[in-house]
Write a protein that binds this ligand. Structure first.
Ligand code: BG6
Length: 492
């Protein structure tokens, strides 16, 4: 199945922070792939803007290198790359001064859709927004794209929202959470709302609990000083895992419409209960010696260069949602760095049937409840564990087997070619579709839930538990489950 590509309307996209890490790794390689797929019209123009005083030619050479490094070999077509590079332009701008802004204005074609990607520190959002308006570069149809971290607590998020609101309407602001651009995350909506199968069972009467896991193998080396001010709670739970939880827990929106979807997500976030200290486990990875390497891998405290840091590189928590659908069905969340494998998944554990007709004393019944596992990465797909009878004449023996679907295999060629989250999200900005972007009130509601949790451990002076790199995290996280008579799913 080859996916249909519908070109978007002509646009000018200005990327502030165009020489930065995100632009190199994700934004420009993603734009190239959309160009190659035929989604970008010939009139589209991409204008890099940054502090570095480089020429357009130097900038083009720089992006050519990013494409070589971050686009898969089988997508690197020399002629396509030349054509793509030819639509790049560059303007040095001083975000806090006057240099470059008049120049930038002359480059913009206001008959096109105009979008401005703020791939810069949040401290610059206000300065750039103000100049886009005062220099007459943006108009009332322009879109701005901002990245996380969107604040570090409720007060700073409110302040950022207020700053942007001075210059742009909410309908023009696209707050990116790249997890919403992942194929499987959107597939959650299709799974729940395009099939009759699950929705009648999607509540605390039939679902025992939900586990959301985002495990990474990487440490924080290289970005330790940023990460140390953030930690797993701010870096992952407040945004990415929260979005996954919302997708599972939300009520059906009346339509797949940006505000209808976001209204339902906000209701879930507001129904999240405060989390007591005994429902949280925080950890910090230790260093280790890799086979074949002379130098040991540093532990978290070395990576963040603060031997007294109390920031968590791992967190597991039990979250309750107080509403009719979910009361008594806990959601267990866990995420961390330097774990055994890079695995992200959502596992929905159904309850056992209320009565078994099979007599397990006479036949070899090994009863297990159904599980639905939605894999985000690697190998995006779904797995539904079902009970069947084991073949053979030996009585009624039950076994649990997986109905396993890998999206790439199920969708053939089209599936293997799934766009990266950033590609999809940037095209949505141009299409003017905010469904997969966070609304201001949603971000604030998420911080309002997060703040007391963080304040709690800061006031108590809690220290994270050390855990060995390459494991599943601190031992205490197992206890969080065991004491409820449950266990974490084994992730490879
Ligand atoms: C980012 C976090 O938002 O998401 C990183 O700041 C994390 O710490 C990354 O590694 C994970 O994204 P992905 O798409 O690789 O799961």
């Amino acid at each position: 199945m080859v996916s249909r590509v519908i070109p978007v309307d002509p646009f000018d996209l200005v990327i502030f922070g165009a020489t930065g890490d995100l632009a190199n790794r994700k934004i420009f390689p993603g734009l190239y792939r959309r160009f190659q797929a035929g989604q970008m019209p010939m009139e589209a123009r991409l204008i890099g803007a940054a502090r570095s005083d480089m020429s357009c030619e130097e900038f083009r050479a720089h992006i050519r290198k990013s494409i070589d490094e971050f686009v898969h070999e089988n997508k690197r077509d020399p002629k396509m790359i030349d054509d793509f590079i030819a639509r790049l332009d560059y303007v040095p701008v001083d975000a806090r001064g006057t240099d470059g802004w008049d120049d930038l204005k002359t480059k913009i074609d206001n008959t096109h859709i105009t979008a401005f990607y703020f791939s810069v520190a949040p401290a610059l959002f206000g300065d750039i927004a103000e100049r886009l308006v005062s220099y007459g570069i943006s108009d009332s149809e322009s879109r701005i794209v901002v990245e996380k971290p969107f604040g570090r607590d409720l007060a700073s998020a409110e302040k950022l929202n207020a700053t942007l609101a001075e210059f742009f309407d909410e309908g023009q602001i696209y707050r990116i959470d790249h997890y919403l651009g992942k194929e499987t995350v959107q597939n959650l909506m299709a799974l729940r709302f395009a099939n009759i199968l699950f929705e009648p069972l999607w509540n605390s009467q039939y679902i025992d609990h939900v586990q959301i896991t985002v495990a990474e193998t990487v440490g924080v080396g290289g970005r330790g000083s940023y990460y140390d001010k953030s930690g797993a709670m701010r870096d992952m739970i407040q945004n990415h895992l929260m979005q996954l939880l919302c997708m599972i827990a939300m009520e059906p929106p009346y339509h797949f419409d940006p505000d209808a979807v976001r209204d339902e997500k906000v209701k879930v976030i507001r129904a999240l209960q405060p989390v007591p200290a005994h429902d949280i486990v925080r950890g910090q990875y230790l260093g280790y010696h890799r086979e074949g390497y002379d130098e040991p891998m540093p532990g978290y405290l070395e990576d963040c260069e603060d031997p007294n840091s109390k920031t968590e590189s791992y967190i597991a928590m039990k979250v309750n949602i107080a509403n009719w659908r979910w009361t008594n069905t806990p959601f267990y969340l866990r995420t961390g760095k330097r774990l055994r494998a890079r695995t992200s998944e959502i596992a929905v554990f159904f309850k056992e049937p209320p009565h078994s007709i099979f007599d397990d004393s006479e036949s070899d019944v090994n009863w297990k409840a159904n599980q639905l596992v939605i894999r985000l990465q690697p190998n995006e797909g779904m797995n539904l564990k079902m009970m069947i009878k084991e073949p053979g004449p030996g009585g009624m023996r039950l076994v649990q087997v997986p109905l396993d679907m890998s999206f790439a295999e199920a969708l053939g060629e089209g599936g293997a070619d799934m766009p990266d989250a950033y590609e999809r999200l940037i095209m949505d900005v141009i299409r003017g579709n905010q469904t997969l972007f966070m609304r201001g009130d949603e971000v604030e509601a998420a911080w309002a839930w997060t703040d007391p949790i963080i304040n709690g451990w800061e006031e108590r002076g809690d220290k994270p538990k050390p855990y060995d790199s390459g494991t599943t995290g601190p031992e205490d996280a197992l206890m969080l489950m065991h004491r409820d008579g449950r266990r974490w799913r084994h992730v490879k």
